[in-house]
Design a binder for this molecule. Structure first.
Ligand SMILES: Nc1ncnc2c1ncn2[C@@H]1O[C@H](COP(=O)(O)OP(=O)(O)O)[C@@H](O)[C@H]1O
Ligand SMILES: [Mg+2]
Length: 401
């Protein structure tokens, strides 16, 4: 009898959460043993997510949390902090969302059934407090938290009423150029893809944290209004995976199919997506995975969001040397990328051949003239900006010419 008793006491009782959409209750999310179910409330008629059409009132997922909800929570640095502060196991997505999910990226929120959050009062340390502010969460791996502008500097969003208009992303001790790299990549993208195609962001500082941060302006908020924003892992319904590798489990062709299916202006957005993917290939971004593409609510429907999380990862020698997603059946080594492959990708996702050629020609010209690639004369040969430029010149030669 004894072993059974231990087993029973180790089982967490089924939990329930209220799911909100733009602040209004839309339905109930429940655990059923190891499975989960989302049920729309009677009378609710809007879709809260591409994978949860409201014409189907109940959505069921075996063995884990429905991927759309799973992807609302963090992966790396922030997950560790939330798990420790809230007293939940690191892998417990449902528990993390009950504590921190009221105000997620996008329009959906998760509340405990009684409407209150159960974990301790924020820490006195501003970093800890910002990372574990009750009812607020962010996805992604990198060290980051929500901030807002307060006169000349940025403040962590800690208290319930604090605005959370920006995301601050920080360097890691073992990667001291991440912030500068992303800033350079975003500036380069503005020149190459166009300013309106790229998230607004700038280098700044945040109270409580030494060193610089990349301060990214959120495009999923219009004042108090929460806009729907879904990443491609959510839209394809890919589970995150125990090692958070579900986001690499796809191809750029499958990502394009998300646009064909769900964008309100599919052909325009396919062209924008193609240019963005080509940009990522040229800058050596081996981390352009499913969670780094999203559809954003605009007037008239869902559209490909501005580009975000752009980085030249190839400058870091220990980093993955292959594309994050497959192209024509396999993940490609960056040094093997060439124009024919990229042209074939463009055509296979549904773009006319002349649109593909025109896009690559325009990218070639803009990369060649980009001021963001200018390296200061005093830079050392091992300066990451020198290596960055060399990666781009080498890739552009093979991919765009
Ligand atoms: N400008 C933005 N506005 C709204 N949401 C954003 C913006 N930039 C990123 N996000 C969301 O935050 C998540 C994490 O940001 P990201 O820059 O990708 O961080 P990481 O480097 O940790 O992956 C993204 O997957 C996206 O959902
Ligand atoms: Mg990301």
């Amino acid at each position: 009898m004894a072993p059974r008793k231990i087993l029973e006491s180790a089982v967490i009782p089924n939990r329930h959460a209220i799911v909100t959409y733009k602040g209004k209750r839309a339905g109930l999310l429940s655990e059923i043993g190891p499975d989960t179910r989302f049920v729309y409330d009677a009378g609710w008629t809007q879709d809260i997510a591409c994978t949860l059409p409201s014409t189907t009132r109940e959505h069921f997922w075996r063995n884990g949390l429905i991927p759309f909800f799973e992807h609302l929570g963090p992966e790396g640095w922030l997950r560790g902090h939330q798990a420790r502060a809230g007293g939940t196991p690191d892998q417990d997505d449902f528990g993390l969302l009950l504590n921190y999910g009221a105000d997620c990226i996008g329009a959906v929120g998760i509340l405990p059934e009684d409407g209150t959050h159960v974990h301790p009062i924020p820490d006195a340390d501003p970093v800890e407090a910002a990372a574990t502010a009750p009812g607020r969460t962010l996805s992604g791996v990198q060290k980051k938290w929500l901030v807002y502008r307060n006169e000349q500097r940025f403040e962590p969003s800690i208290r319930a009423g604090d605005p959370a208009t920006h995301i601050a992303k920080f360097n890691r001790v073992d990667q001291p150029t991440l912030v500068q790299n992303e800033d350079l990549s975003l500036r380069l993208a503005r020149e190459v893809l166009g300013k309106e195609e790229v998230t607004a962001a700038a280098i700044g500082t945040v109270r409580g944290e030494d060193g610089v941060a990349l301060i990214v302006e959120r495009f999923d908020r219009l004042g108090e209004v929460r806009l729907r924003l879904e990443d491609f892992a959510q839209i394809l319904g890919r589970p995150r995976g125990r090692e958070f590798d579900g986001k690499y489990n796809a191809s750029y062709e499958e990502a394009a199919a998300v646009i064909t299916r769900h964008s309100a202006r599919a052909l325009i957005d396919l062209g924008r997506f193609f240019r963005l993917v080509a940009f990522n290939l040229v800058i050596g971004n081996a981390d352009a995975h499913l969670k780094n593409f999203s559809l954003l609510e605009r007037d008239g429907g869902l559209r490909l969001s501005p580009a975000y999380d752009l980085l030249n990862t190839i400058v870091y020698p220990h980093y993955e040397r292959h594309t994050a997603l497959a192209i024509d059946g396999e993940k490609r080594a960056f040094e093997d990328l060439h124009r024919d492959l990229v042209v074939a990708l463009g055509v296979s996702i549904g773009l006319p051949r002349r649109a593909v050629d025109g896009a690559l020609q325009q990218l070639a010209k803009r990369f060649a003239n980009a001021r963001a690639l200018d390296v200061p004369p005093y830079a050392q040969p091992n300066d990451f900006r020198v290596r960055y430029r060399d990666v781009v010149l080498d890739n552009a030669e093979r991919i765009l010419k």
